[in-house]
Design a protein around this ligand. Structure first.
Ligand code: AMP
Length: 388
Protein backbone atom coordinates (compact mmCIF):
# COMPACT_ATOMS: atom_id res chain seq x y z
CA UNK A 1 0.00 0.00 0.00
CA UNK A 2 1.32 3.45 -0.85
CA UNK A 3 0.99 6.04 1.87
CA UNK A 4 0.40 9.52 0.60
CA UNK A 5 0.19 11.83 3.55
CA UNK A 6 3.14 14.09 3.02
CA UNK A 7 2.26 17.74 2.56
CA UNK A 8 1.69 18.55 -1.09
CA UNK A 9 2.42 21.99 -2.53
CA UNK A 10 -0.70 23.84 -3.55
CA UNK A 11 -1.63 23.08 -7.17
CA UNK A 12 -4.41 24.25 -9.46
CA UNK A 13 -7.27 22.20 -10.89
CA UNK A 14 -5.70 22.74 -14.33
CA UNK A 15 -2.46 21.13 -13.18
CA UNK A 16 -4.37 18.04 -12.04
CA UNK A 17 -5.17 17.24 -15.65
CA UNK A 18 -8.93 17.66 -15.82
CA UNK A 19 -10.70 18.44 -19.09
CA UNK A 20 -12.06 21.87 -20.05
CA UNK A 21 -15.68 21.00 -19.30
CA UNK A 22 -14.76 19.93 -15.78
CA UNK A 23 -12.56 22.96 -15.19
CA UNK A 24 -15.44 25.20 -16.22
CA UNK A 25 -17.85 23.34 -13.93
CA UNK A 26 -15.38 23.51 -11.05
CA UNK A 27 -15.09 27.23 -11.56
CA UNK A 28 -18.82 27.84 -11.72
CA UNK A 29 -19.21 25.71 -8.56
CA UNK A 30 -16.98 28.31 -6.90
CA UNK A 31 -14.09 25.94 -6.18
CA UNK A 32 -10.96 28.02 -6.59
CA UNK A 33 -8.24 25.50 -5.92
CA UNK A 34 -8.19 21.84 -5.01
CA UNK A 35 -8.44 20.89 -1.36
CA UNK A 36 -5.60 18.79 0.09
CA UNK A 37 -7.54 15.58 -0.34
CA UNK A 38 -8.32 16.46 -3.96
CA UNK A 39 -4.67 17.27 -4.69
CA UNK A 40 -3.67 13.88 -3.38
CA UNK A 41 -6.52 11.69 -4.56
CA UNK A 42 -7.20 12.97 -8.07
CA UNK A 43 -3.83 12.09 -9.72
CA UNK A 44 -3.77 8.41 -8.65
CA UNK A 45 -7.46 8.07 -9.46
CA UNK A 46 -6.85 9.45 -12.94
CA UNK A 47 -4.14 6.81 -13.34
CA UNK A 48 -6.68 4.13 -12.53
CA UNK A 49 -5.39 3.27 -9.05
CA UNK A 50 -7.60 2.21 -6.16
CA UNK A 51 -7.61 4.80 -3.41
CA UNK A 52 -8.33 4.62 0.27
CA UNK A 53 -9.37 7.98 1.67
CA UNK A 54 -9.38 8.50 5.41
CA UNK A 55 -10.85 11.88 6.12
CA UNK A 56 -13.84 13.58 7.62
CA UNK A 57 -16.55 15.06 5.49
CA UNK A 58 -15.89 18.71 4.80
CA UNK A 59 -12.52 17.89 3.26
CA UNK A 60 -13.91 17.97 -0.28
CA UNK A 61 -13.74 14.20 -0.61
CA UNK A 62 -16.88 13.95 -2.75
CA UNK A 63 -15.39 16.09 -5.52
CA UNK A 64 -12.13 14.15 -5.01
CA UNK A 65 -13.75 10.94 -6.22
CA UNK A 66 -16.34 12.53 -8.54
CA UNK A 67 -13.94 14.59 -10.70
CA UNK A 68 -11.71 11.68 -11.81
CA UNK A 69 -14.84 9.59 -12.36
CA UNK A 70 -16.30 12.26 -14.66
CA UNK A 71 -12.97 12.67 -16.43
CA UNK A 72 -12.78 8.93 -17.09
CA UNK A 73 -16.40 8.83 -18.25
CA UNK A 74 -15.82 11.77 -20.62
CA UNK A 75 -12.75 10.04 -22.07
CA UNK A 76 -14.66 6.80 -22.51
CA UNK A 77 -17.43 8.62 -24.35
CA UNK A 78 -14.92 10.35 -26.59
CA UNK A 79 -13.47 6.98 -27.46
CA UNK A 80 -16.93 5.58 -28.15
CA UNK A 81 -16.69 3.19 -25.21
CA UNK A 82 -20.32 3.17 -24.17
CA UNK A 83 -21.53 0.59 -21.67
CA UNK A 84 -24.96 -1.02 -21.63
CA UNK A 85 -25.60 -0.24 -18.00
CA UNK A 86 -24.00 2.24 -15.61
CA UNK A 87 -20.21 2.53 -15.56
CA UNK A 88 -19.88 4.15 -12.12
CA UNK A 89 -21.51 3.18 -8.84
CA UNK A 90 -21.38 5.22 -5.65
CA UNK A 91 -22.72 3.53 -2.51
CA UNK A 92 -23.87 5.78 0.31
CA UNK A 93 -25.09 4.90 3.81
CA UNK A 94 -28.19 7.13 3.75
CA UNK A 95 -30.64 8.47 1.21
CA UNK A 96 -29.71 12.04 2.06
CA UNK A 97 -26.05 11.42 1.37
CA UNK A 98 -26.96 9.66 -1.88
CA UNK A 99 -28.93 12.73 -2.96
CA UNK A 100 -26.06 14.99 -1.93
CA UNK A 101 -23.41 12.99 -3.81
CA UNK A 102 -25.67 12.82 -6.89
CA UNK A 103 -26.03 16.60 -6.75
CA UNK A 104 -22.21 16.92 -6.83
CA UNK A 105 -22.04 14.54 -9.84
CA UNK A 106 -24.65 16.61 -11.66
CA UNK A 107 -23.13 19.94 -10.75
CA UNK A 108 -19.60 19.01 -11.78
CA UNK A 109 -20.77 16.99 -14.79
CA UNK A 110 -23.23 19.54 -16.10
CA UNK A 111 -21.20 20.34 -19.20
CA UNK A 112 -20.80 16.68 -20.08
CA UNK A 113 -23.33 14.29 -21.63
CA UNK A 114 -23.42 12.17 -18.48
CA UNK A 115 -26.51 10.88 -16.70
CA UNK A 116 -26.66 10.39 -12.97
CA UNK A 117 -29.49 8.52 -11.24
CA UNK A 118 -30.22 7.91 -7.58
CA UNK A 119 -31.43 4.48 -6.51
CA UNK A 120 -32.66 4.21 -2.96
CA UNK A 121 -35.59 3.16 -0.86
CA UNK A 122 -38.43 5.48 0.02
CA UNK A 123 -39.16 6.37 -3.62
CA UNK A 124 -41.50 4.28 -5.77
CA UNK A 125 -39.60 1.47 -7.45
CA UNK A 126 -41.38 2.01 -10.77
CA UNK A 127 -40.43 5.67 -10.80
CA UNK A 128 -36.77 4.77 -10.36
CA UNK A 129 -36.99 2.19 -13.13
CA UNK A 130 -38.45 4.80 -15.49
CA UNK A 131 -35.48 7.02 -14.67
CA UNK A 132 -33.17 4.29 -15.95
CA UNK A 133 -34.96 3.76 -19.25
CA UNK A 134 -33.00 6.23 -21.33
CA UNK A 135 -29.62 5.03 -20.14
CA UNK A 136 -27.49 5.91 -17.15
CA UNK A 137 -23.79 6.46 -16.53
CA UNK A 138 -23.59 6.97 -12.79
CA UNK A 139 -25.71 5.31 -10.13
CA UNK A 140 -25.66 6.74 -6.63
CA UNK A 141 -27.36 4.24 -4.35
CA UNK A 142 -28.13 2.90 -0.95
CA UNK A 143 -27.57 -0.83 -0.97
CA UNK A 144 -31.05 -2.23 -0.20
CA UNK A 145 -32.95 -0.91 -3.21
CA UNK A 146 -29.92 -1.37 -5.46
CA UNK A 147 -29.75 -5.05 -4.58
CA UNK A 148 -33.48 -5.38 -5.16
CA UNK A 149 -33.23 -3.96 -8.69
CA UNK A 150 -30.13 -5.97 -9.51
CA UNK A 151 -31.52 -9.28 -8.25
CA UNK A 152 -34.80 -8.76 -10.12
CA UNK A 153 -32.81 -8.14 -13.28
CA UNK A 154 -34.04 -4.55 -13.66
CA UNK A 155 -30.55 -3.13 -13.45
CA UNK A 156 -27.39 -4.71 -14.81
CA UNK A 157 -24.15 -3.80 -13.07
CA UNK A 158 -21.74 -6.06 -14.91
CA UNK A 159 -20.14 -3.10 -16.68
CA UNK A 160 -19.19 -1.19 -13.53
CA UNK A 161 -15.67 0.13 -13.88
CA UNK A 162 -15.61 2.65 -11.02
CA UNK A 163 -16.94 1.87 -7.56
CA UNK A 164 -17.08 4.18 -4.56
CA UNK A 165 -17.86 3.09 -1.02
CA UNK A 166 -18.47 6.39 0.70
CA UNK A 167 -18.55 6.67 4.50
CA UNK A 168 -17.64 3.01 4.53
CA UNK A 169 -17.38 2.87 8.31
CA UNK A 170 -21.14 3.41 8.41
CA UNK A 171 -21.76 0.61 5.96
CA UNK A 172 -20.34 -2.03 8.25
CA UNK A 173 -23.48 -3.76 9.45
CA UNK A 174 -24.49 -7.33 8.65
CA UNK A 175 -27.13 -6.17 6.24
CA UNK A 176 -24.59 -4.27 4.16
CA UNK A 177 -22.13 -7.15 4.23
CA UNK A 178 -24.86 -9.46 2.93
CA UNK A 179 -25.81 -6.98 0.21
CA UNK A 180 -22.19 -6.54 -0.83
CA UNK A 181 -21.69 -10.29 -1.05
CA UNK A 182 -24.85 -10.63 -3.13
CA UNK A 183 -24.00 -7.61 -5.32
CA UNK A 184 -20.44 -8.73 -5.95
CA UNK A 185 -21.72 -11.78 -7.83
CA UNK A 186 -23.28 -9.33 -10.31
CA UNK A 187 -20.14 -7.22 -10.70
CA UNK A 188 -17.89 -7.69 -13.73
CA UNK A 189 -15.14 -10.30 -13.55
CA UNK A 190 -12.50 -7.59 -13.63
CA UNK A 191 -12.68 -5.78 -10.30
CA UNK A 192 -13.72 -2.15 -10.81
CA UNK A 193 -11.41 0.68 -9.84
CA UNK A 194 -12.44 1.27 -6.26
CA UNK A 195 -12.46 4.30 -3.97
CA UNK A 196 -12.96 3.55 -0.31
CA UNK A 197 -13.77 6.50 1.95
CA UNK A 198 -14.03 6.40 5.69
CA UNK A 199 -13.70 8.94 8.47
CA UNK A 200 -11.49 6.54 10.41
CA UNK A 201 -9.81 3.23 9.66
CA UNK A 202 -10.19 0.91 12.64
CA UNK A 203 -9.62 -2.83 12.12
CA UNK A 204 -13.08 -3.93 10.89
CA UNK A 205 -13.12 -1.05 8.39
CA UNK A 206 -9.63 -1.94 7.19
CA UNK A 207 -10.74 -5.55 6.77
CA UNK A 208 -13.52 -4.40 4.43
CA UNK A 209 -11.12 -2.05 2.64
CA UNK A 210 -8.72 -4.93 2.02
CA UNK A 211 -11.52 -7.02 0.61
CA UNK A 212 -12.74 -4.44 -1.87
CA UNK A 213 -9.55 -2.62 -2.94
CA UNK A 214 -6.35 -3.75 -4.61
CA UNK A 215 -3.04 -2.24 -3.58
CA UNK A 216 -4.70 1.11 -2.85
CA UNK A 217 -2.99 4.47 -2.52
CA UNK A 218 -3.79 5.44 1.02
CA UNK A 219 -4.54 9.07 1.69
CA UNK A 220 -5.04 10.36 5.18
CA UNK A 221 -5.87 13.93 5.90
CA UNK A 222 -6.44 15.21 9.36
CA UNK A 223 -9.03 17.85 8.65
CA UNK A 224 -9.01 20.82 10.90
CA UNK A 225 -12.74 20.27 10.86
CA UNK A 226 -12.25 17.12 12.93
CA UNK A 227 -11.40 19.27 15.93
CA UNK A 228 -13.03 22.47 14.88
CA UNK A 229 -11.30 25.42 16.45
CA UNK A 230 -13.99 27.69 15.10
CA UNK A 231 -16.76 26.05 17.12
CA UNK A 232 -17.45 27.51 20.53
CA UNK A 233 -18.46 24.52 22.64
CA UNK A 234 -20.78 25.11 25.56
CA UNK A 235 -22.71 22.81 27.89
CA UNK A 236 -25.66 23.26 30.23
CA UNK A 237 -26.74 21.00 33.06
CA UNK A 238 -30.43 20.31 32.60
CA UNK A 239 -32.69 17.63 34.01
CA UNK A 240 -34.85 15.63 31.62
CA UNK A 241 -38.08 17.45 32.53
CA UNK A 242 -36.59 20.85 31.72
CA UNK A 243 -35.08 19.98 28.35
CA UNK A 244 -37.88 21.24 26.14
CA UNK A 245 -38.19 24.55 27.97
CA UNK A 246 -34.42 25.08 27.95
CA UNK A 247 -34.15 24.23 24.25
CA UNK A 248 -36.86 26.79 23.47
CA UNK A 249 -35.08 29.39 25.50
CA UNK A 250 -31.76 28.67 23.81
CA UNK A 251 -33.33 28.98 20.37
CA UNK A 252 -34.50 32.44 21.36
CA UNK A 253 -30.87 33.59 21.47
CA UNK A 254 -30.11 32.71 17.85
CA UNK A 255 -31.54 34.01 14.63
CA UNK A 256 -29.45 31.83 12.29
CA UNK A 257 -30.01 28.29 11.14
CA UNK A 258 -29.96 25.79 14.02
CA UNK A 259 -29.87 22.01 14.12
CA UNK A 260 -31.24 20.33 17.22
CA UNK A 261 -30.14 16.73 17.75
CA UNK A 262 -32.04 14.20 19.85
CA UNK A 263 -31.50 10.52 20.47
CA UNK A 264 -34.70 8.97 19.11
CA UNK A 265 -37.14 9.39 16.22
CA UNK A 266 -39.98 9.74 18.72
CA UNK A 267 -37.98 12.35 20.61
CA UNK A 268 -37.48 14.32 17.40
CA UNK A 269 -41.23 14.30 16.66
CA UNK A 270 -42.21 15.32 20.18
CA UNK A 271 -39.65 18.12 20.42
CA UNK A 272 -40.39 19.30 16.88
CA UNK A 273 -44.09 19.57 17.62
CA UNK A 274 -43.51 21.34 20.88
CA UNK A 275 -41.18 23.90 19.29
CA UNK A 276 -43.63 24.47 16.43
CA UNK A 277 -46.43 25.08 18.95
CA UNK A 278 -44.40 27.85 20.48
CA UNK A 279 -44.19 29.59 17.13
CA UNK A 280 -40.77 28.52 15.88
CA UNK A 281 -40.36 27.56 12.23
CA UNK A 282 -39.29 23.93 12.50
CA UNK A 283 -38.83 20.82 10.37
CA UNK A 284 -38.07 17.32 11.62
CA UNK A 285 -35.82 14.81 9.90
CA UNK A 286 -35.65 11.20 11.08
CA UNK A 287 -35.97 7.64 9.85
CA UNK A 288 -39.71 7.30 10.51
CA UNK A 289 -40.61 10.04 8.04
CA UNK A 290 -41.33 9.21 4.42
CA UNK A 291 -38.60 9.84 1.91
CA UNK A 292 -40.55 12.74 0.42
CA UNK A 293 -40.94 14.34 3.83
CA UNK A 294 -37.24 13.86 4.61
CA UNK A 295 -36.17 15.46 1.35
CA UNK A 296 -38.64 18.31 1.83
CA UNK A 297 -37.47 18.96 5.39
CA UNK A 298 -33.86 19.14 4.30
CA UNK A 299 -34.64 21.42 1.36
CA UNK A 300 -36.74 23.77 3.47
CA UNK A 301 -33.96 23.96 6.03
CA UNK A 302 -31.22 24.32 3.43
CA UNK A 303 -33.10 27.09 1.65
CA UNK A 304 -33.83 28.96 4.85
CA UNK A 305 -37.61 28.50 4.83
CA UNK A 306 -37.37 27.11 8.34
CA UNK A 307 -34.87 28.14 10.97
CA UNK A 308 -34.73 24.96 13.00
CA UNK A 309 -34.17 21.33 12.01
CA UNK A 310 -34.85 18.79 14.74
CA UNK A 311 -33.16 15.54 13.87
CA UNK A 312 -31.52 12.32 14.98
CA UNK A 313 -28.01 11.12 14.20
CA UNK A 314 -29.26 10.38 10.67
CA UNK A 315 -28.25 13.97 9.83
CA UNK A 316 -25.15 14.05 12.00
CA UNK A 317 -22.63 13.07 9.38
CA UNK A 318 -21.85 14.18 5.91
CA UNK A 319 -24.83 16.47 5.51
CA UNK A 320 -23.42 19.68 4.17
CA UNK A 321 -25.61 22.70 4.83
CA UNK A 322 -23.97 26.08 4.67
CA UNK A 323 -24.38 28.63 7.42
CA UNK A 324 -25.61 26.52 10.30
CA UNK A 325 -25.01 28.96 13.14
CA UNK A 326 -25.77 26.69 16.03
CA UNK A 327 -26.00 23.00 16.93
CA UNK A 328 -27.96 22.06 20.02
CA UNK A 329 -27.57 18.59 21.46
CA UNK A 330 -30.89 18.36 23.30
CA UNK A 331 -29.72 14.84 24.15
CA UNK A 332 -26.06 14.09 24.66
CA UNK A 333 -24.97 11.63 21.95
CA UNK A 334 -23.82 8.22 23.07
CA UNK A 335 -20.23 8.56 21.90
CA UNK A 336 -17.60 11.23 21.45
CA UNK A 337 -17.23 10.61 17.68
CA UNK A 338 -21.00 11.06 17.34
CA UNK A 339 -20.69 14.33 19.26
CA UNK A 340 -17.90 15.53 16.97
CA UNK A 341 -19.89 14.65 13.86
CA UNK A 342 -22.94 16.48 15.14
CA UNK A 343 -21.17 19.68 16.09
CA UNK A 344 -19.31 19.56 12.77
CA UNK A 345 -22.59 20.58 11.07
CA UNK A 346 -21.77 24.13 12.14
CA UNK A 347 -18.67 26.24 11.40
CA UNK A 348 -18.35 24.78 7.92
CA UNK A 349 -16.35 26.37 5.10
CA UNK A 350 -14.33 28.65 7.36
CA UNK A 351 -17.36 30.05 9.23
CA UNK A 352 -17.74 30.19 12.99
CA UNK A 353 -20.40 28.42 15.01
CA UNK A 354 -21.60 27.42 18.43
CA UNK A 355 -22.47 24.00 19.85
CA UNK A 356 -24.65 23.77 22.94
CA UNK A 357 -25.06 20.48 24.73
CA UNK A 358 -27.75 19.77 27.31
CA UNK A 359 -26.44 17.34 29.87
CA UNK A 360 -27.93 15.59 32.80
CA UNK A 361 -25.65 16.26 35.80
CA UNK A 362 -24.97 12.51 35.84
CA UNK A 363 -23.49 12.74 32.34
CA UNK A 364 -20.83 15.18 33.52
CA UNK A 365 -18.02 12.66 32.91
CA UNK A 366 -18.82 12.69 29.15
CA UNK A 367 -17.66 16.28 28.97
CA UNK A 368 -14.18 15.29 30.04
CA UNK A 369 -14.05 12.74 27.21
CA UNK A 370 -15.16 15.40 24.74
CA UNK A 371 -12.54 17.85 26.01
CA UNK A 372 -9.83 15.22 25.79
CA UNK A 373 -10.80 14.25 22.26
CA UNK A 374 -11.27 17.76 20.85
CA UNK A 375 -8.45 19.32 22.87
CA UNK A 376 -10.75 22.19 23.75
CA UNK A 377 -12.51 23.41 26.85
CA UNK A 378 -16.28 23.08 26.96
CA UNK A 379 -17.54 26.01 28.95
CA UNK A 380 -20.53 25.53 31.27
CA UNK A 381 -23.17 28.18 30.66
CA UNK A 382 -26.82 28.83 31.48
CA UNK A 383 -29.77 29.23 29.15
CA UNK A 384 -29.86 32.95 29.93
CA UNK A 385 -26.37 33.55 28.52
CA UNK A 386 -25.43 30.58 26.36
CA UNK A 387 -22.79 32.39 24.35
CA UNK A 388 -20.79 33.93 27.07
P1 AMP B 1 -17.29 16.93 1.28
O1 AMP B 1 -16.04 16.64 2.06
O2 AMP B 1 -17.31 16.26 -0.03
O3 AMP B 1 -18.54 16.67 2.10
O4 AMP B 1 -17.30 18.51 0.90
C1 AMP B 1 -17.70 19.48 1.78
C2 AMP B 1 -17.81 20.87 1.16
O5 AMP B 1 -16.58 21.30 0.63
C3 AMP B 1 -18.82 21.01 0.03
O6 AMP B 1 -19.69 22.06 0.36
C4 AMP B 1 -18.02 21.37 -1.18
O7 AMP B 1 -18.71 22.27 -2.02
C5 AMP B 1 -16.81 22.04 -0.58
N1 AMP B 1 -15.61 21.88 -1.42
C6 AMP B 1 -15.25 20.80 -2.12
N2 AMP B 1 -14.09 21.01 -2.76
C7 AMP B 1 -13.72 22.27 -2.47
C8 AMP B 1 -12.60 23.09 -2.85
N3 AMP B 1 -11.66 22.63 -3.65
N4 AMP B 1 -12.56 24.35 -2.37
C9 AMP B 1 -13.51 24.80 -1.54
N5 AMP B 1 -14.59 24.09 -1.15
C10 AMP B 1 -14.70 22.83 -1.59
Amino acid sequence: MTISNVPTPSVSFEALGLNEALLAAVESAGLKKPSLIQTRAIPPLLRGKDVLIASQTGSGKTAAFVLPMLEALARRKEQGLETQGPWALILEPTRELAAQAAAVCRQLGRRLPIKTRVICGGTPREQQLRGLEDGVDIIVATHGRLLDLVVQGDLVIDQIGYLVLDEADRLLDDEFTESMTALSTHFPDIQPQTVFCSATLPEPVMALAKRVTQDPVRIEVETEDATPQRIRQRALFVTKDDKVAVTKKLLGHFTGRTMVFVQTKQGAETLGRSLARSGLSVETLHGDRTQGARARALTRFREGQVQVLVTTDIAARGIDIPDVECVINADMPTSVPAYIHRIGRTARAGKRGIALTLLDPQERHLLRDVEKETGQRVRIVTEDAPDR
